[in-house]
Design a protein around this ligand. Structure first.
Ligand SMILES: NC(=O)C1=CN([C@@H]2O[C@H](COP(=O)(O)OP(=O)(O)OC[C@H]3O[C@@H](n4cnc5c(N)ncnc54)[C@H](OP(=O)(O)O)[C@@H]3O)[C@@H](O)[C@H]2O)C=CC1
Ligand SMILES: Nc1nc(=O)c2c([nH]1)NC[C@@H]1CN(c3ccc(C(=O)N[C@@H](CCC(=O)O)C(=O)O)cc3)C=[N+]21
Length: 290
């Protein structure tokens, strides 16, 4: 048996076209949702990602504001920019690209963002809202993961879900969302004993580890839904000339032979993350401006 490939690119394009329609329908009221993205430093991968976000933001009719700061920007300058964006009525969403340079305290910066403009959903207030079931802004990658899982199986309730990874930006919030979908959720991490056995219990497996192809085919329960969050750049000797390719946290070819449905990398969770960011920006605009 070979798994159904969950087409994240297609699901994301579909979501963006729906959002474009909604942006157009509220344009009559004079409201244009705006997203501000802040990039500190010249990390090549982040640059590509920020450019894609800006392009897709404009494509669906929203305003995009980009702020590029040099790698040696003092923390106080970044906090001052965040304060300006908090006060700017044209800005509905603020995203500060992570990771930040070592001399800047990321938690402090995240906490400085107005929770109602926190389209990443990383502010402690939004994390608390998610954990207690209050409405709020939900982290984009976890939201994308759950949408993709539901595109394979509409009702996740009662499923045995295993999340590998417990970061604040992926593992923990995806576990909260799956709990809200009535899954039985296990969160595994680097100290978990016998990770392969834990993964084999999963009807729904989410891998958010940051280790290229760590999850092997024989860790997967036959027929399971596999959501691969990993974005790992590895050398690609086939292409020659020091080129690289993207792989996930799951050994795709092996997993595909066992799973019922699986997301590819690229073309899985990545595109959904950006689409969900745009959705959060629209949500923030609606809530903030009535
Ligand atoms: N597609 C997208 O849009 C996005 C993709 N990503 C990708 O997702 C992956 C995870 O990102 P992120 O959550 O930020 O990463 P972090 O490094 O913050 O967290 C990784 C988690 O994996 C756990 N882990 C590490 N090694 C092992 C191991 N050998 N066995 C079991 N668990 C392990 C860690 O455990 P412990 O806590 O014990 O250290 C930690 O909880 C990365 O590849 C990243 O690039 C991230 C954000 C968005
Ligand atoms: N404040 C903040 N919020 C984030 O959400 C955030 C962040 N910082 N820092 C970095 C990570 C990573 N991330 C990705 C988003 C989309 C793709 C994506 O679109 N990937 C394409 C491929 C892109 C390529 O080819 O390089 C795909 O998987 O198909 C990847 C990675 C968001 N992150």
């Amino acid at each position: 048996m070979s798994a159904t490939i969950i087409d994240g690119k297609a699901v994301a394009a579909d979501l963006r076209s729906r959002l474009a329609g909604e942006v157009e329908s509220i344009a009559g009221t004079g409201l244009t949702p705006g997203l501000a993205v802040v990039l500190v430093g010249e990390d090549a991968a982040s640059q590509v990602y920020v450019r894609n976000k800006a392009k897709q933001t404009r494509e669906i009719g929203m305003a995009s504001f980009e702020h590029r700061l040099s790698a040696d920007t003092p923390e106080t300058d970044l906090l001052a920019l965040v304060a300006r964006l908090n006060a700017d009525d044209a800005v509905d969403g603020i995203l500060v690209q992570l990771p930040l340079p070592d001399h800047i305290d990321a938690q402090k910066v995240i906490a400085a963002i107005d929770p109602d403009k926190d389209v990443d959903g990383f502010h402690p207030v939004n994390a608390g809202r998610l954990a207690t079931g209050l409405p709020g802004l939900v982290p984009c990658t976890p939201l994308g993961c759950v949408m993709l899982a539901k595109s394979a199986q509409a009702d996740l309730s009662g499923m045995e879900a295993v999340v590998v990874g417990r970061s604040n930006i992926v593992g923990k919030p995806v576990a909260q969302l799956l709990l809200a979908e009535n899954c039985t959720v296990t969160i595994a991490h680097s100290r978990s004993r016998d990770l392969p056995a834990i993964c084999r219990r999963a009807d729904l497996l989410v891998a958010a580890v940051g280790r290229p192809e760590m999850v092997r085919g024989d860790w997967i329960r036959p027929g399971a839904i596999v959501i691969d969050v990993g974005i790992n750049r590895v050398p690609n000797p086939d292409a020659g000339g020091g080129k690289t390719r993207l792989v996930g946290d799951v050994a795709f070819a092996e997993a595909r032979a066992v799973a019922g449905a699986i997301t590819p990398v690229p073309g899985g969770v990545g595109p959904m993350t950006i689409a969900c960011l745009l959705q959060n920006t629209l949500t923030a605009a609606r809530q903030r401006r009535g």
